[in-house]
Design a protein around this ligand. Structure first.
Ligand SMILES: N[C@@H]1[C@@H](O)[C@H](O)[C@@H](COP(=O)(O)O)O[C@@H]1O
Length: 245
């Protein structure tokens, strides 16, 4: 089941997503969240912090698992996803850092780290709500086109287009890591519920294929058609191709 909520713009998407997530956090006894990085969820995190400051939500009982992390970046590297999460959310709410897990991109044994991530998710009882963004090429997490739907958390090679897109955060393109640890497609699909946020015209093509196209490993996000409980909050620009159909 896929529900699509169309909103006007990025701000409206962030607002809706904040209501959606806060409702789950308040309702579930021990919420387990799957969290994402990138520009897309930044507005959502800002609003969640506001809601926390207004005492409308608390993260005391929340456990979280992040989707991905660059290989080779230390936790305190401003471009690491661990740093992003602390900077954009964790440092500003009452979540315990003991309850958050971002894959460790500098673990001595990366494969073992991938297994540990999946094991920790299982031990927590699985993910209640997985937040996702989407890459222009249809990637989710860092699962690039061609990634098997059966994949668990693993080390992945980044596509040139992804490196290019993410270079905006780095001083130069040479500094962008070429590999990452990413939750696998199967890991993501095992979540009880999925919330996908999409904003902007540059995602319109991928979103159209996800909604109207066939389910194929060539467009990793298309797998979401097979999930029983997906909500997509997308703005008008992101839906411009899909709604023209
Ligand atoms: N690994 C991240 C994804 O988790 C993210 O959803 C996507 C879109 O990023 P943005 O939201 O900045 O457009 O690409 C990045 O590479």
């Amino acid at each position: 089941m896929m529900e699509i909520i169309k909103v006007k713009d990025y701000d409206a998407m962030s607002e809706k997503a904040c209501e959606f997530l806060a409702e789950r956090i308040n309702r579930l006894e021990n919420p387990v969240l799957g969290l994402a990085t990138g520009s897309t969820p930044e507005g959502l995190y800002k609003r969640l912090i506001e809601k926390y400051n207004n005492k409308e939500v608390s993260f005391k009982q929340v456990k979280s698992f992040n989707l991905d992390e660059y290989v080779g970046l230390e936790k305190d590297d401003p471009n690491s996803y661990y740093f992003f999460m602390k900077d954009k959310l964790f440092d500003h709410v009452d979540i315990s850092l003991e309850n958050v897990r971002v894959p460790n991109g500098v673990a001595p044994d990366l494969n073992q780290e991938c297994e540990a991530h999946d094991e920790a998710i299982k031990a927590a009882g699985g993910i209640d709500v997985q937040l996702l963004g989407i890459g222009g090429n249809g990637h989710i997490g860092f699962n690039e086109p061609g990634t098997p739907f059966t994949s668990k958390t693993q080390v992945v090679d980044l596509e040139e287009s992804t490196i290019q897109a993410n270079s905006r955060f780095f001083n130069s393109i040479e500094e962008v890591p070429t590999q990452a640890i990413s939750m696998g497609i199967d890991t993501i699909m095992s979540s009880k519920e999925i919330l996908l946020l999409v904003s902007g015209e540059n995602k319109a093509d991928a979103l159209n294929k996800l909604i109207n196209g066939e389910v194929t490993e060539e467009l990793p996000a298309s797998v979401l058609q097979n999930h029983p409980n997906v909500t997509i909050i997308a703005d008008e620009a992101a839906l411009s191709v899909a709604s023209g159909k």
